[in-house]
Design a protein around this ligand. Structure first.
Ligand SMILES: [Zn+2]
Length: 182
């Protein structure tokens, strides 16, 4: 079946052509009729030269600019790295080391560790003893970066911190690449 909407892949197309919701009762009939929502995946090279891993907060304001900064710093394309997001970003995700380890074991050699300021849900009660300010979160991110450099010695590491500036725009601060032997 041909896609009915050839503009589905463009950002403009997506914004203008939001699909009409399907009731759950009709869902089964739509499972194999999803061409209008089909998106082309990034072309995968058979032997990617380099791979990466990015760990960031799930927060909706900043995840996109964090990804763009990581891609700029590492030179990776979106399909060249794994991403792992949850509340609080990298400093709060240290108990979930197995995701980062998986990526490293499968070739990730650019590793981005991210957090953000301007009120992060992962750095507020009940997930944190108090509501942390930007400086505290950025300090925690730098401490995380130092640990990761030693956990993953063959990778280049980046710390990426996003927050809101005085004009209300997003601003990004970063450090890296950092290597154990650098
Ligand atoms: Zn957050």
């Amino acid at each position: 079946m041909k896609p009915r909407n050839p503009k589905t892949n463009s950002r403009q197309g997506r914004e203008r052509r939001r699909e009409k919701p399907v009731g759950v009762g009709e869902l089964a009939g739509h499972v194999f009729d999803s061409a209008p929502g089909r998106q082309e995946l990034c072309r995968e090279e058979s032997e990617p030269k380099e791979l990466g891993f990015l760990q960031l907060c799930m927060e909706r304001r900043f995840h996109r600019i964090v990804q763009e900064k990581f891609e700029e710093l590492s030179g990776l394309q979106p399909h060249d790295y794994w991403s792992h997001s949850d509340a609080g970003g990298a400093p709060k995700m240290e108990p979930e080391e197995n995701r980062a380890k998986y990526a490293y074991d499968h070739g990730a050699r650019h590793m981005g560790w991210s957090a953000h300021g301007d009120g992060c849900g992962g750095f507020k009660p009940p997930f944190h003893p108090h509501e942390a300010g930007d400086d505290e979160i950025r300090t925690a991110l730098l401490a995380t970066l130092m640990k990761k450099v030693f956990l993953y010695p063959e990778a280049s590491h980046y710390a990426i911190f996003a927050t809101k500036d005085a004009q209300g725009n997003a601003s990004v601060w970063w450090r890296g690449p950092v290597r154990q032997d650098g």
